[in-house]
Design a protein around this ligand. Structure first.
Ligand code: PLP
Length: 444
């Protein structure tokens, strides 16, 4: 089946193929080629994208449920964001000045209203935000290590490419490219949904922060069991570590992310991607106590949040990304938009579940607000390790490519569908129909 779908794809996309061959001859390595693992060798090339639609250079238009792996959760080029960016990039000017703009106040206040942290700093990506926040956690606690969960992902953050190894050791995750030092020097790894493994790691007394998402989202969605997130809060406090929550993906849970929906109490909060409506951005928020612990006083007695020694950047918090965040948060990712997106994800989940039941597939689906994801195993995996073991690369490739050939794009690496404010009921209906058709072919 996969080979047949690859043949269809190759025949339908000659322009994309030609561009890819040209780029490969020029550069050797071409970025943004995640589609290659299932397409049989070349990615689709983008022509244009608007709202919930992407059009490629061969003229096919797709209902986009990948949405830039959440970077376009606000839809492609939403009107308010486009206008704000055009204003700043056009007549107003001042793209990189290293001066603050008043947009930062508005965005900071909005982030506080949604996620509850009082103090915000801006970066260019979620990766940057995680790296800088880790440095501040080390500064605040005087401790060297970060606790992460096996098969979590927090961007290109060296500390986070770790797994719990045998006998309580922490080992480098396979595929980790050249860690600067053995990962056990910087990291302790624990197992998701296993508070005992967290407590064992924290008991060493050298963990500055637990870095976690509210649900694992990068090894399929693995939801927290009741009491797990609360347990992390309790254990962090008991062992003097900070709780650092990365909502870059789980923002799909609602207007204030899982933090607000589930009443979480992080010490440090990180988010990037979607909040800029597609413009590079990121931010981290600190609690009052963490901010006080990393504040130094100048000779004149003024308090200043430390912005030297590895945090901050020339383009961080630039006027363009702040204008984009203001417009996106203020006018696009509104409470009403979330309501509609979550309703559609619920309809999608029910449609997929109905097909799973009809064809008696041993699969499961997990929903996290506006996004839902099916896995080739049931019951749903409880840990990153179980989820990794349940992966089926060939089936994954077939599902992605069969959907793509029928006009539906899903997220890289996972069978995830994300809704944006422009996704409509017809897109969801079409997606669930195509899902049914594609799994029917599998069963035939
Ligand atoms: N945090 C989480 C949870 C992510 O899933 C990702 C990327 O997928 C990042 C951080 C890093 O985002 P970026 O690659 O935009 O820096």
């Amino acid at each position: 089946l996969l080979a047949a779908e690859q043949g269809t794809y190759a025949a339908a996309n000659p322009r994309s193929r030609a561009l890819y061959e040209e780029a490969t001859n020029l550069f050797g390595h071409v970025p943004m080629t995640w589609m290659n693992v299932w397409s049989g060798g070349f990615p689709l090339y983008l022509d244009h994208a608007r709202g919930a639609r992407i059009t490629d250079v061969d003229g096919h238009t797709y209902a986009d449920f990948a949405l830039g792996d959440t970077g376009a959760m606000a839809g492609h080029s939403p009107e308010p964001t486009r206008k704000a960016v055009a204003g700043r990039a056009g007549d107003r000017g001042g793209l990189t000045t290293m001066l603050p703009t008043a947009d930062a106040q508005w965005v900071g206040a909005e982030l506080t209203a949604r996620f509850g942290m009082p103090l915000w700093s801006f970066t260019l990506s979620a990766t940057d935000a995680n790296r800088w926040a880790i440095r501040l956690a080390r500064l605040a606690t005087g401790r060297p290590k970060v606790l992460v969960f096996g098969y979590s992902y927090h961007g290109s953050v060296d500390e986070a490419f770790a797994l719990a190894g045998p006998d309580g050791t922490t080992i480098s995750r396979p595929g980790n490219v050249a860690p600067p030092v053995p990962v056990g020097l910087t990291t302790r790894a624990a197992v998701w949904n296993d508070l005992a493994s967290v407590e064992t790691a924290l008991a060493h007394g050298d963990v500055a922060a637990i870095l976690t998402e509210p649900a694992l989202t990068n090894i399929g969605i693995v939801l927290p069991e009741p009491g797990f997130m609360e347990g992390l809060r309790t254990l962090a406090t008991r062992y003097g570590a900070l709780l650092m929550i990365d909502e870059t993906h789980t923002f799909s849970t609602g207007w204030g992310g899982a933090t607000r929906a589930w009443g979480l109490e992080p010490d440090i909060f990180v988010i990037g991607k979607s909040i800029g409506g597609g413009i590079p951005c990121g931010t981290y928020g600190l609690s009052e106590a963490v901010a006080a612990a990393v504040t130094r006083h100048t000779d004149a007695g003024d308090a200043d949040i430390v912005d030297v020694g590895g945090v901050g950047g020339t383009l961080a918090g630039n006027a363009l990304s702040l204008a984009a965040m203001r417009a996106t948060l203020g006018e696009v990712l509104t409470p009403e938009a979330f309501e509609g997106m979550i309703d559609l994800a619920t309809v999608f989940s029910a449609g997929v579940q109905a097909a799973i039941d009809e064809f008696e597939l041993p699969w499961s689906i997990a929903q996290l607000g506006a996004r839902a994801e099916y896995r080739f195993t049931s019951p749903a995996p409880r840990t990153g390790e179980e989820s990794a073991a349940a992966a089926d690369d060939e089936l994954d490739a077939y599902m992605h490519l069969a959907m793509c050939n029928r006009g539906i794009l899903m997220t890289p690496f996972h069978n995830m569908a994300l809704m944006c404010p422009d996704t409509d009921a017809a897109d969801v209906e079409r997606h669930t129909e195509v899902f049914r058709e594609v799994v029917a072919a599998l069963r035939a």
